[in-house]
Design a protein around this ligand. Sequence first.
Ligand code: HEM
Length: 267
Amino acid sequence: MPTFVSINPFVALSNMVPTVALQGFLIAMAALTVGGVLLDIMHKKNVKYFFENAKKAKEKATSHVSTGKKAKIIVETVAHDVLTSGEFCGWKRRVAHLLGMYGTIIFWVTSAILIFKYATPTTSNTPEIISQLWHLGAAMTCLGAYWFWFFLRVDLASEGNKWYRVVFADLFVLSLVITSTFGLAWSYLQAEGSAWSNLFLVLFIFSNIVLFGGVYWSKFAHMFYKPGAAIQKHLAEADGSRDGLPEPADAPKQFGLGIKREAPRHY
Ligand code: HEM
């Protein structure tokens, strides 16, 4: 294992800036997230719509779902749709999302531990495992998000767009993966004693500001909305209201063999 992955990069940084500034930055990023999500909720009125829609769906219910059954559906949805990204049909997209999701969670949690517990010039006792997990989280995010970016995106896989075509909707995935990339590069160059590490530190800070400052405009908030939407979808299936949608058709294939000429893509 390369040695830089066992080093807490925030210890050396605390020689340049006071630890309280590092902690303040992290708190500011958390505040930007909360603020961005609240603004999003106020602007789109999506939470209001969600509850109104759930109430309307209840009126269309064709069967009663007991509290025990509801609890079972919620537990199953959390285990399947949320914790194991079960909403993705294709295994590649599912694995890429799992890598990105768990990589990001590990990266954020260990960043908080490294900064709040071990980032002072006199700290020499950061447990190696925490620094290793920080680097692993960043690497998992890079693996999942670059895989998604270069090969799996819908407009790339089905519409044949080029990997370098960037649209505003890519703000979340790009700022996410670029932040992890700059974090890894900064840590590596710092451990090597390279002066370039300062440049990557600035880029790491800037990309974090774009990621967390962009919550209102990007897809960031889906990680908070999707679990609720998935639970509501499965409850609506169980009580027969199905959000006013018809049941999936079980019609026989009627398009001849031509449909097999191109392999189907399942997102
Ligand atoms: C730290 C947590 C998470 C991260 C970092 C993350 C990351 C991502 C990324 C990078 C994308 C691709 C976005 C794009 O199209 O540009 C994505 C899409 C998606 N994520 Fe997540 N995600 C997280 C949590 C969740 C959770 C908790 C759920 C579900 C309960 C979820 C469900 C989905 C779904 C269904 C899509 C694809 C459809 C869509 O774009 O709306 N994600 N996620």
